[in-house]
Design a protein around this ligand. Structure first.
Ligand code: SF4
Length: 399
C-alpha cells in the first residue's frame, strides 16, 4: 500500500518539463558594478573602481565558457543586468557584448542591456547597438530632481530624455523605462507627472514598481530613524491604479503586475521567469534554474574572481525545486501575469490542476473574488493586483 501511494504521488507530482534534459533558452549576465550605491537598493553591486571592468568581464566570460553546455543551441533572450552594465566603461562593455553576440542565432528575439541614464553617452549607445543589442532597460525611476536625490540616483531628470535619444539615434528602438512610485513625499499628481514625462519619450515598455524599504539599505535606516515616512497604502493604491488607467489610454498592455508593453514588446526574458522556464545566470549573485534545481552564485565579487581564476566554479548554493514546491513556484510566478495561469498547461506539466493541488488557497481566494477563473485560466482579479503578493505568499505557504 505504502509503495503504491508513493508511486502514485511520484506520478502525480512529476514535472514533465524535466522528462527531457532541458537547456536554458534564456541567459542572464549579472554585472556587479554601479557608479555608486543607490539609497534603496539591495541588489548585489559595488561602486566601480577604475580598471575593474576588465577583470569583471574576463571572469564573467570565463564562467560562461565553463557553463556553456547548459545553454540551448537556440537562445530566445539574453539579458545583461546588474548592477549597471553601462558603468563598465565602453571597452569592457564592448568585449562583453561582443562575446555574448556570438551566442546569437536566428531564434534570438531579445538582447537587452540595463542602463542608468547617467552612464549612457553616444559611445556606449553605439557599442550596444553595434553588438546587436536590440532592447535597453533604462532606470529612469522619477522625473523629479528631489525624488531622484532622495533615492540616491546619480542622474538628473534631463539626462533620461538625453539617454533615450542617444539610444534611439544609435538604432535601438525598443526602450523600456523603469519607474518607482511611493517615494517618500511623492504625491499622486507628482507620480502621474513622472509617468506622463516617461510616456512623452515614446517607450515601448514601462515597469512601475512600488518603492520597498529593504533591510541594509540607507533608506530603510532613514525610515527606522523617522527621517522619512512611507507613502500610505491608500495613496500608493491610487498611484498604482491610476497608472494602469493612464497606460491603458496610451495603448500599453498591462501584462504583469508591474509591467506594461506596447504590442509585441513584452519582455521575453522576464516571461521566461514568470513561466518558470529554464535560464542560466552568470556572475556573482546570479541565479539559474535548470533541471529542477535553482543555483545561486554567492554575492561576493572577490571570491567569484578568485575561483574563476583558479578555473573552478564560483561559490554557489543549490536548491531542488521539485514536487509541490515546483508547482507552487509555477503558480506564484504565473499568477503575476495578468492573463494568469493556463490550467491545462499546468495540469499537463504536473499531472494535476492548480485547484486540486492547493484547494484551501483557491477556495478562499475564489470565494473572495481575489482569484477568478476566466475560461482556460486562473488569474488575480484586477482589484486585488495591488495586494497580489499576499495571495501569492499564501499559496506558497500551502505547499
Ligand atoms: S543603479 Fe540600480 S543596481 Fe546600481 S545601486 Fe542603483 S538601483 Fe542598485
Amino acid at each position: 500500500m505504502g509503495k503504491h501511494c508513493k508511486k502514485n504521488q511520484l506520478k502525480k507530482f512529476r514535472d514533465s518539463s524535466l522528462d527531457q534534459p532541458l537547456r536554458a533558452g534564456a541567459l542572464y549576465v549579472h554585472v556587479p558594478l554601479c557608479l555608486s550605491k543607490c539609497r534603496y537598493c539591495d541588489f548585489y553591486s559595488l561602486p566601480a573602481k577604475p580598471g575593474q571592468g576588465d577583470f569583471v568581464v574576463s571572469s564573467l566570460l570565463d564562467e560562461l565558457a565553463m557553463r556553456r553546455d547548459s545553454l540551448a543551441q537556440e537562445l530566445r533572450s539574453i539579458f545583461v543586468g546588474g548592477g549597471t552594465p553601462t558603468a563598465l566603461g565602453a571597452k569592457p562593455l564592448e568585449k562583453l557584448l561582443g562575446a555574448l553576440a556570438q551566442l546569437a542565432s536566428p531564434g534570438l528575439t531579445e538582447f537587452t542591456v540595463e542602463a542608468n541614464p547617467a552612464t549612457v553617452d553616444n559611445t556606449i549607445a553605439a557599442v550596444a547597438s553595434g553588438a546587436g543589442v536590440n532592447r535597453v532597460s533604462l532606470g529612469a525611476q522619477s522625473f523629479d530632481a528631489g525624488q531622484l536625490k532622495l533615492l540616491g540616483r546619480r542622474h538628473q531628470p534631463g539626462q533620461i530624455g538625453q539617454a533615450f535619444e542617444m539610444l534611439r539615434r544609435a538604432g535601438i528602438e525598443n526602450i523600456s523605462l523603469d519607474l518607482i512610485y511611493g517615494i517618500p513625499g511623492q504625491s499622486a499628481s507628482s507620480w502621474l507627472n513622472s509617468l506622463a514625462q516617461a510616456l512623452s519619450l515614446g517607450p515601448s515598455h514601462v515597469s512601475c514598481y512600488s518603492l520597498s524599504f529593504e533591510p541594509g539599505t540607507e533608506l530603510f535606516d532613514d525610515r527606522q530613524a523617522g527621517r522619512v515616512a512611507e507613502v500610505d497604502d491608500e495613496t500608493q493604491r491610487e498611484m498604482y491604479y491610476r497608472a494602469i488607467d493612464h497606460l491603458a489610454q496610451a495603448r500599453f498592455e498591462h501584462y504583469e503586475i508591474s509591467n506594461f508593453a506596447k504590442p509585441a514588446r513584452q519582455c521575453e526574458q522576464n516571461l521566461t521567469y514568470w513561466r518558470n522556464r529554464e535560464y542560466l545566470g552568470i556572475g556573482p549573485a546570479a541565479c539559474s534554474y535548470l533541471a529542477g534545481e535553482r543555483r545561486t552564485n554567492l554575492p561576493n565579487l572577490h571570491r567569484y574572481i578568485e575561483h574563476i581564476e583558479r578555473g573552478t566554479a564560483p561559490p554557489h548554493h543549490t536548491e531542488r525545486i521539485v514536487g509541490r514546491a515546483a508547482m507552487a513556484e509555477t503558480l506564484m510566478l504565473g499568477l503575476r501575469l495578468v492573463e494568469g495561469v493556463d490550467i491545462a498547461s499546468f495540469a499537463e506539466r504536473f499531472g494535476q490542476g492548480p485547484q486540486e493541488t492547493f484547494p484551501q488557497s483557491f477556495l478562499r481566494y475564489i470565494s473572495l473574488g481575489a482569484v477568478e477563473r476566466i475560461a482556460t485560466h486562473l488569474r488575480i482579479g484586477r482589484e486585488f493586483l495591488f495586494t497580489a503578493d499576499t495571495i501569492l505568499a499564501d499559496i506558497l505557504a500551502e505547499a
